[in-house]
Design a binder for this molecule. Structure first.
Ligand code: FAD
Length: 416
């Protein structure tokens, strides 16, 4: 089924009887060329690009729960490419370019909204750091605009300029950054992959790998054994748990990150604003809710719910820059499991086991990376070579000493 304005018009006139499921409910086959474990954004994008761009066939995505139930449907929907380091910036800019053409590519309305991402700065050294970041972004072909206080006032006059412990001095704006409706990304990639013949198999948990003489040739699942030539793991917060079944210990920890949505309000916030003296980011959804979040919970966990101290911390961040948020009532909150790597950057690489590939370590920035992650993981699995923008994301960078520590926090995942 193809979506189009004509189709919507026709369905409206005929009682909406012709809509079909967005993807088929596939049954597992005994053998595939490619198995992707994890039906989140990254797994589905990988399957889509494997089939559509790299013309591979016989592909399955195995998902232990339901499509959209993981972080892809739990995040705060922000996309941007405002990174500074070599190894990161080109990758995230590639991702932003793929977002810009995503809806046409997958024939699905994912509500890509380039409403601008503004990072506030609160001191002169922070402004200097943002100047450097902005210049680095421009060198990689991204867009960046440095605003002084009056520039920020013009955009968001209601921010707390005059009575704050950390006064707002200005901000670094990326106009092409913005938001995308997160679960529509999962549904869109599932729709497109299915159209290319990919089997999307839900309620199918991988519980073990078939590894003999250093070669992986299949997986044990809750729905039986499935063989494959190549197997890619993209299970985000469950990475360490699953890779331990292949006897691999990853440079990674799992932590909870929470998200919050207020009651629906009239339009008050055009773009995305982030606090530079604490950890707080906020945007307004099309339904009117303020969508916001902050730091991860500091301890390791596989629970998809968080704790009160972080709720307090996030609300304090919101009150510091935008006191009017205190009048809004909180409607919903939830948590997702983050695959926090030791340097805050991801891994897209082959493992030492032939036929087994790994994608993970997205920390809390993996949503914006979804298209580029899927594309470069598909590139790696199809050609056994790294995509040019993802060549720094190797597993052995920790032993070689080539960390990509964007935040400069060292090997402390809870701080990245
Ligand atoms: C609250 C919150 C806010 C966030 N905000 C942002 C943001 O604003 N911008 C941004 O860029 N990023 C953000 N992120 C991070 C982003 O959501 C993640 O990095 C990204 O979604 C992870 O990739 P994924 O979509 O493939 O993960 P997931 O959707 O979690 O996919 C992994 C899938 O693997 C499945 N799985 C696990 N184990 C198995 C198994 N054994 N067998 C089969 N399937 C298995 C899981 O069920 C899951 O569906 C946020 C995350 C959270 C939780």
């Amino acid at each position: 089924m193809r979506y189009s304005a004509l189709k919507i018009f026709k369905e409206a006139l005929t009682g909406h009887k012709g809509w079909k499921p967005v993807w088929r409910k596939a049954e597992p086959q005994s053998h595939y060329d490619y198995i992707i474990i994890g039906g989140g954004g990254h797994g589905l994008a990988t399957a889509h690009y494997l089939a559509s761009k790299f013309k591979q066939k016989r592909i399955a995505v195995l998902e232990k729960g339901w499509i959209g139930g993981g972080n892809v449907g739990r995040n705060t929907t922000i996309i941007r490419s405002n990174y500074m380091l070599n190894g990161n910036e080109a990758f995230y800019e590639f991702s932003l370019k793929l977002w810009e053409g995503l809806e046409q590519d997958v024939n699905y309305n994912a509500m890509v909204s380039q409403r601008g991402v503004l990072n506030l700065y609160h001191s002169d050294p922070q402004r200097d750091a943002y100047v450097r970041r902005g210049n680095s972004m421009k060198l990689h072909g991204a867009d960046a605009v440095l605003l002084d206080q009056s520039g920020v006032r013009k955009l968001y006059p209601f921010l707390n300029f005059d009575n704050a412990r950390f006064p707002i001095l200005g901000g670094l704006l990326q106009p092409r950054g913005g938001t995308v409706r997160h679960d529509a990304v999962a549904w869109g990639y599932a729709h497109a992959a299915d159209k290319h013949g990919v089997d999307i198999i839900e309620n199918c948990e991988v519980i073990g790998f078939d590894i003999q003489n250093g070669v992986c040739s299949g997986v044990e699942t809750s729905r039986g054994y499935i063989g494959a030539r190549k197997i890619g793991v993209a299970v985000a917060g469950n990475s360490s748990r699953l890779m331990s079944k292949a006897n691999m210990r990853l440079p990674m920890e799992s932590h909870v990150l929470q998200a919050f949505v207020s009651e629906g309000l009239k339009p008050v916030l055009d773009g995305v604003v982030t606090y530079g003296a604490g950890h707080f980011y906020v945007s307004q959804s099309d339904k009117g809710g303020l969508v916001f979040g902050g730091d991860i919970d500091g301890y390791n966990s596989y629970a998809q719910r968080g704790n009160l101290p972080v709720v307090e911390d996030v609300c304090e961040g919101g009150m510091s820059i935008m006191p009017r948020i205190g009048k809004a009532r909180l409607l919903r909150m939830w948590g997702g499991i983050m695959d926090m790597s030791m340097d805050g950057s991801p891994i897209i690489d082959k493992t030492h086991i032939e036929g087994l590939y790994f994608n993970g370590g997205w920390c809390y920035g993996g949503f914006k990376a979804t298209p580029a992650s899927g594309y470069s993981f598909a590139h790696l699995m199809a050609t056994d070579t790294h995509h040019e923008t993802a060549s720094a994301y190797r597993m052995d960078r920790f032993s070689r000493g080539f960390m990509i520590d964007e935040k400069g926090q060292g090997a402390q995942p809870n701080l990245h």
